[in-house]
Design a protein around this ligand. Structure first.
Ligand SMILES: Cc1cc2nc3c(=O)[nH]c(=O)nc-3n(C[C@H](O)[C@H](O)[C@H](O)COP(=O)(O)OP(=O)(O)OC[C@H]3O[C@@H](n4cnc5c(N)ncnc54)[C@H](O)[C@@H]3O)c2cc1C
Length: 404
C-alpha cells in the first residue's frame, strides 16, 4: 500500500472512532427526517449536540481551512469522511443550516474575500449559525441575469440598496444575503455590477414568501427599500461583480452534481420495481419494457457516479471547480428526474399519492421528490443555459444570442 493510501486508511480509522464517540446513535439513518425538520428553527436535544460537535471539529465544512472554522482536510480525506458518515448512518446538517453559505457564498469568499471578510463570515457559516440567501434573480432578470436592475448607491461609508429580487430561496429565514447589484448604471450591461453582502435583519429588507400549490414557501420575493450594506462587505472588485457572481454559480452547480452527499439513501429502484410490479418465474422484473428502461437508467446513473469519481481522482485531491460543473449538473438532473419518473411509474396508481391513509410515507415522498425534481433543471441556471455554457466555454462554439 502506498504511503498516501496508508495515510488515508489511518484517517479512516480516526474518522470512524470519532463518529463512534460523537454521532448520537439515536439520529442514525434519520437524515430525511432531520431535513424535513430543518428550516431556521432552534435545534434541541441530540440534533443540537450533533451540530455542535461537528462544528467544533470543523467537519461540517471539512475542506475549509481550519483557521476559518473548517476541518482542514484534503478532498480525499473529505471523501473518506463522507463514506464513514454514510456507513454510520450519520449526516452533515451544517450545509442545510447555513443555507447558501457552505456551498456557494463561503467558497466564493474563500476565493475573493479579504482576510477581514474571511474572519468575519466564514466561521459562523462553518458552525451552521448564520444562514445565507442569494439575491440574483429579478422579475426581469433570470437566465439573462446581467439585465438585473437592483441598484446600490455609494453613501460615503456604506451602500444604499433599492430594488427587487425574486425566487430568493430561504430569504425569510436567512440572516445574510449575497446579492448582485448595479453599482454603475452607465457602464455596459455586465460591467457595472458588484457583489454585496448585507444582513437581512434590517428595516430596508422585506421578504414575501411565495406560496406554492403544495402549500410550501421555499422562496420569496425580496424587496430592498434603502437597505444598507457596509463598505467592507463588497466582495471582490467594485463593478466586476459579474466575474465573482459567475464563479459563485460554478460552485452552486458543483454542489448540484450529486457529489456532495449530505446523507440519506432511497431504496434501490430495482428492488422497488420488483416489489410493486412483481417478477416472472426466472426472478426478473415481470414487465420487459420497464426492465429495459430501468436498466438504461441504472447504467446512466452508474456512468454519472463513475464520472464524478473520475473527476475527483483526476483532480488528485485538489478539485478546481470549472465550467465542467455545467455538464455534471445536467447529467445529475437527467439521472434524478428519470429516477423520479420511473419511481412513479413503478408505483402505478400508488404513485399519485399526496396525502391520506391509502398511501405509505414512501409513496408520498416519491411524489414530492418527483415534483421538486422539476426545479433541478431551473435553479442554478436552467438546463438550456448549461448547454449554452458547455457550447461556448467548453466546446468553444460561437456565442449564442444570449451572452453570459
Ligand atoms: C427551486 C428554485 C430555487 C431558486 N432559488 C433562487 C435563489 O435562491 N436566488 C436566486 O437569485 N434565484 C433563485 N432561483 C431562480 C432561478 O435561478 C431562475 O428561475 C433561473 O435562472 C431561470 O430564470 P427564469 O425563471 O427567469 O426563467 P427564464 O430566464 O425566463 O427562462 C424561461 C425558459 O427559457 C429558457 N431560456 C431562457 N434563455 C434562453 C437562452 N438564451 N437559450 C435557451 N433557452 C433559454 C430557459 O431555459 C427556460 O426554460 C430559484 C429557482 C428555483 C426553481
Amino acid at each position: 500500500m502506498s504511503t498516501a493510501n496508508q495515510d488515508l486508511e489511518a484517517f479512516r480509522a480516526e474518522a470512524r472512532a470519532w463518529l463512534e464517540e460523537n454521532f448520537p446513535k439515536s439520529l442514525a439513518g434519520r437524515a430525511s427526517e432531520y431535513m424535513a425538520m430543518e428550516g431556521g428553527k432552534e435545534l434541541t436535544g441530540e440534533a443540537r449536540t450533533w451540530v455542535e460537535r461537528l462544528a467544533e471539529r470543523g467537519w461540517g465544512t471539512p475542506t475549509w481551512p481550519s483557521e476559518y472554522g473548517g476541518g482542514g482536510l484534503s478532498a480525499s480525506q473529505a471523501a473518506v469522511l463522507q463514506e464513514e458518515m454514510r456507513s454510520a448512518g450519520a449526516f452533515n446538517p451544517i450545509p442545510l443550516r447555513a443555507g447558501m453559505g457552505v456551498t456557494m457564498v463561503g467558497p466564493t469568499i474563500l476565493e475573493y474575500g479579504t482576510e477581514e471578510q474571511k474572519q468575519k463570515h466564514l466561521p459562523p457559516i462553518a458552525r451552521g449559525e448564520v444562514r445565507w440567501c442569494l439575491g440574483y434573480s429579478e422579475p426581469n432578470a433570470g437566465s439573462d441575469l446581467a439585465s438585473l436592475s437592483t441598484r446600490a448607491e455609494d453613501a460615503g461609508d456604506h451602500w444604499v440598496i433599492n430594488g427587487q429580487k425574486v425566487w430568493t430561496s430561504g430569504a425569510d429565514i436567512s440572516d445574510w444575503c449575497g446579492a448582485l447589484v448595479r453599482t454603475d448604471p452607465k457602464a455596459g450591461k455586465r460591467d457595472g455590477i458588484s457583489f454585496l453582502m448585507f444582513t437581512m435583519h434590517q428595516e430596508g429588507v422585506e421578504t414575501r414568501p411565495i406560496r406554492l400549490i403544495s402549500g410550501a414557501s421555499p422562496f420569496c420575493e425580496t424587496f430592498f427599500n434603502n437597505a444598507r450594506a457596509d463598505k467592507t462587505d463588497l466582495l471582490g472588485p467594485l463593478n466586476d461583480g459579474w466575474t465573482v457572481g459567475k464563479r459563485l454559480l460554478q460552485h452552486e452547480r458543483a454542489s448540484q452534481t450529486g457529489a456532495m452527499d449530505t446523507g440519506g439513501r432511497p431504496a434501490p429502484l430495482q428492488e422497488l420495481a420488483k416489489r410493486y410490479v412483481g417478477t416472472d418465474e426466472s426472478g426478473q422484473l415481470a414487465d420487459s419494457d420497464l426492465r429495459s428502461r430501468l436498466a438504461t437508467h441504472l447504467m446512466e446513473s452508474k456512468a454519472h457516479s463513475l464520472t464524478l469519481s473520475r473527476v475527483a481522482a483526476e483532480a488528485r485531491g485538489n478539485p478546481n471547480v470549472s465550467a465542467a460543473a455545467s455538464i455534471l449538473k445536467n447529467t445529475a438532473t437527467n439521472v434524478a428526474q428519470t429516477r423520479a419518473e420511473l419511481t412513479l411509474e413503478v408505483m402505478g396508481h400508488q404513485g399519485l399519492a399526496w396525502e391520506g391513509d391509502g398511501f405509505t410515507e414512501e409513496e408520498v415522498n416519491a411524489v414530492q421528490s418527483w415534483l421538486f425534481g422539476k426545479a433541478m433543471s431551473i435553479y442554478g441556471g436552467s438546463f438550456e443555459i448549461q448547454y449554452n455554457i458547455i457550447a461556448k466555454n467548453i466546446l468553444g462554439l460561437p456565442e449564442t444570442t444570449q451572452k453570459g
